[in-house]
Design a protein around this ligand. Structure first.
Ligand SMILES: Nc1ncnc2c1ncn2[C@@H]1O[C@H](COP(=O)(O)OP(=O)(O)OP(=O)(O)O)[C@@H](O)[C@H]1O
Length: 597
């Protein structure tokens, strides 16, 4: 069974059981009003789970998913509307649409609507996927507004802002249940796929995800389209549940409601989407009763305008104040109840790095506006050799590391990684050419587990049929961290976090590792352990290491070859003994006058 199989099935069953029980009670035991509420809840579950697929995995809050619901509702309604009503309610329907509109069964309506939504989602998703954070959220708001205005303006097709009526009603609890459970299964499966995991990694740290070979743009696009389809299914259900609606039913009020459900339960998990929806549906139902001036224990309460919205807002504020990740937190219910069995490591690496592997830095220069950060730097990093890169603050070390890894292309010269110019390939392709890296300021996927952190990188280079979690365990074993696999990365002590970054880079099966200040902040015992690990990696696998470090003692102990930069220029290279005795290096580090003394 593929790695997502068991956990996704456990997750789906855990969440589906209460939904099934609810639908059975609604159909067989509940009075009509409660049965309608239960059906509405199941429809909202589909909508919110759809939103979760995009927002939960990418971390981008979406204001646009009510727009997908609107497209689903209108699309399906046009195809299924009672034919007798078309001539009176939609007299100016364009001919091409009139030919297919009306009288189709619900499943045809849904299929047609989803086809339209897939096209719209893909067209909008192409530019949207290039955006992250607040810019992407604002773009989703733009999507909602565009859909709304288009629906209002298309009076011949939608009746504009007037009510669209005559939609066959056929959605009760069981059809809504089938769609809701399908949505949960899809979302729960997607979360564990390579795409879902890598998108969650990019949510935590986009730069680190790129360094692990993740194609962030593609993953955002896939999640957007998939989530749009799921939310549109909810729109189809809602249309056939209500029988009549207008564009305003799919605008800001619905957006606020869906967002409340997702945020209250916890945006990161499907469990949060399902649980948060339940709480808000119950709360809204109770508050609506009170808003109209209900009688409680013989006491007649006054009408309070807006009580429902104010109440929901206050509850969200209270929950967020205490639980920033929502009521269900960051882990799925099934992940807490039935943790995954321990994964067995596979053989770490079948073949050592080939002797032909090479990083060739050829005349690299880099300017930032007028400032020359690097000038004409040339040297070679070989497999099985530890090369140190040192220099005073501002010497250009980080700029060079970024040039090698393709993050900052050189202004002149080039870097060849195993024969490929790293500036000519996408940043996320460089790791898969044989380059793993760590960062000066640790960049872990903090809310993922240790194993998930490393699996993201292992996925990028997995061979067909290979279990990348087993490969990830092997990489963890190389730094002595296999026992920490199920811990959240942010719970590790500092030294272990640095080692985890190294394991993650090793999971790329690199020919070379770039380590940017790997011992920064470590105590002497942790530094000694790190040196042992790095020596072992070099000895066992012939990986070439390029180590940037301010700790000169560590550099002298660990490195075979050292390159020294000063003010962007390469002032020396040689063995540790040669560097120690080099007057230019001494001068750069301790100043001219003291060097002469
Ligand atoms: N994105 C940038 N924009 C403008 N200037 C930059 C940029 N990145 C680096 N620099 C400048 O380039 C020079 C080299 O910086 P770099 O960070 O590469 O040095 P470093 O040797 O890594 O320093 P440190 O040891 O302090 O990290 C510095 O003067 C720095 O201010």
């Amino acid at each position: 069974m593929p790695r997502i199989g068991m956990q996704a099935i456990k997750g789906t069953i855990t969440l589906a059981l209460p939904l099934i029980a609810l639908a059975i009670c609604a159909e067989l035991f509940f009075p009509a009003a409660f049965a309608r509420l239960a059906t509405l809840y199941l429809i909202y579950v589909t909508a919110v789970v759809g939103m979760q697929i995009y927002s939960g995995n990418s971390g981008i809050i979406s204001f646009g998913h009510a727009g997908f619901m609107a497209l689903g509702a209108y699309g399906s309604s046009l195809l299924t509307i009672q034919p007798a009503i078309i001539s009176t309610s939609l007299p100016n329907l364009p001919g091409w649409l009139a030919a297919i509109a009306g009288g189709q069964p619900l499943f045809v309506g849904m299929a047609g609507a989803l086809l339209v939504v897939a096209i719209v989602a893909a067209l909008f998703g192409l530019p949207l996927a290039r955006l992250g954070g607040a810019a992407a959220s604002i773009a989703t708001l733009g999507f909602l507004v565009i859909v709304h205005v288009t629906l209002v303006a298309s009076t011949d097709i939608t009746r504009g802002s007037q009510t669209f009526f005559g939609v066959p009603r056929g959605v009760s609890a069981f059809p809504a249940l089938i769609v809701a459970v399908t949505a949960v299964a899809l979302a729960r499966t997607y979360r564990g796929t390579r795409g879902g995991l890598s998108l969650r990694a990019a949510r935590e740290d986009e730069i680190a995800a790129l360094a692990c070979g993740v194609n962030v743009v593609r993953q955002r696009f896939v999640a957007w389209v998939l989530s749009g389809l799921v939310s549109a299914s909810a729109g189809v259900l809602l249309a056939h549940f209500l029988g009549a609606f207008s564009p305003k039913d799919f605008y800001f009020n619905l957006t606020f409601l869906l967002m409340s459900m997702l945020i209250l339960g916890g945006i990161s998990t499907v469990s949060g989407a399902v649980g948060g929806t339940a709480l808000i549906v119950i709360m809204v139902d109770l508050l609506r009763r009170l808003e109209g001036g209900a009688e409680v224990f013989g006491l007649q309460l006054p009408e309070v305008f807006g009580l429902t919205d104010i109440g929901v807002g206050l509850v969200i504020l209270a929950v967020m104040y205490r639980l920033r990740d929502g009521l269900f937190g960051l882990r799925e219910v099934d992940e807490r109840l039935f943790p995954e069995p321990v994964v067995r490591a596979n053989a770490p690496r079948q073949t050592p790095v080939s002797d032909d592997a090479l990083i060739s830095i050829e005349g690299v220069g880099r300017r930032f506006s007028g400032l020359v950060a690097l000038e004409d730097v040339s040297f070679i990093v070989r497999p099985g050799v530890v090369t140190g890169l040192i220099g005073p603050n501002g010497a250009g070390k980080s700029t060079l590391i970024n040039a090698i890894s393709g993050v900052v292309p050189p202004s002149s010269g080039r870097v060849l990684l195993n024969g490929t110019d790293t500036a000519l390939v996408p940043v996320n392709a460089v790791p898969t050419l044989g380059l793993g890296r760590t960062f000066q300021n640790i960049r872990l996927f903090r809310n993922l587990t240790v194993l998930e952190n490393v699996t993201v990188a292992a996925d990028a280079v997995a061979r067909p049929g290979e279990d990348s979690r087993a490969a990830a365990m092997a990489a963890l074993a190389m730094v002595g961290m296999q026992d920490d696999a199920s811990r959240p990365a942010n719970s590790l002590p500092y030294g272990a976090q640095r080692r985890l970054e190294i394991a993650r880079a090793l999971a790329l099966r690199p020919s070379f590792l770039l380590l940017d200040e790997p011992a920064a902040g470590m105590n002497p015992a942790e530094t000694d352990a790190l040196i042992g690990v790095l020596r072992q990696i070099r000895a066992d696998h012939q990986i070439g290491l390029l180590v940037v470090e301010h700790d000169l003692k560590l550099i002298m102990r660990l490195c075979d070859h050292i390159v020294v930069l000063n003010k962007g220029q390469m002032i020396a290279e040689g063995t540790p003994d040669e560097i120690r005795a080099n007057p230019a290096v001494i001068e750069a580090y301790i100043g001219k006058r003291r060097a002469a003394a």
